[in-house]
Design a protein around this ligand. Structure first.
Ligand code: ZN
Ligand code: ZN
Length: 178
């Protein structure tokens, strides 16, 4: 044990991003947990992961809102959180004043960095849905349109206002076809 701060020696990690404590979870362990969920709950695991992700996405934005009131600031925080957590490099594309469709891209996405039973980055889908819903105060559906699992360079997701039209994603588990 060298060059650990006093806090870390006591099992406490804090980053500059939030006031709360944080914890480390290895990517391969998380993906094994996802695999076990699919083994236990089969296709139901995708909804579970989406819901889990959306609660997390909402909580990140709730905390960001204590410092930022504009989507720009909130999204910067969201991107920084993902960089710091080693999730990947997030970019968010939307037209100011028009929040109907928000395009999200994740480069170096950890959730598809290893072969798993999941066909899509469900947890990430949920995080994006929760984060957008909390940012704009309206419900979103999120679908993953491109995934590194299918040989793409990055995972691309589209968040669409839930009352606009039916899109596969958060409210339907049937988004597993190519
Ligand atoms: Zn991914
Ligand atoms: Zn993906």
């Amino acid at each position: 044990m060298q060059s650990f701060s006093q806090d870390v020696l006591q099992g406490i990690i804090r980053t500059d991003l939030t006031s709360s404590r944080t914890f480390y979870l290895s990517g391969s362990s998380w993906l094994q947990i996802e695999d076990e969920l699919f083994r236990t709950f089969s296709s139901g695991a995708s909804m579970f992961l989406i819901h889990l992700g959306s609660y997390y996405g909402r909580s990140i934005v709730k905390e960001a809102k204590t410092e930022f009131s504009d989507p720009e600031g909130i999204f910067e925080r969201l991107k920084a959180m993902m960089l710091t957590a080693g999730w990947g490099q997030l970019s968010i594309n939307w037209r100011e004043g028009d929040e109907r469709n928000v395009e999200v891209e994740m480069k170096n996405c950890i959730f598809c960095s290893e072969e798993t039973k999941a066909l899509s980055c469900y947890f990430l889908q949920g995080v994006v849905a929760g984060a957008m819903s909390e940012t704009f105060g309206r419900e979103y559906n999120v679908a993953e349109t491109e995934c590194c699992r299918k040989g793409k360079d990055s995972c691309k997701l589209i968040a669409t206002l839930a009352n606009m039209r039916e899109t596969p994603g958060v409210h339907s588990a049937g988004s597993e076809s190519d």
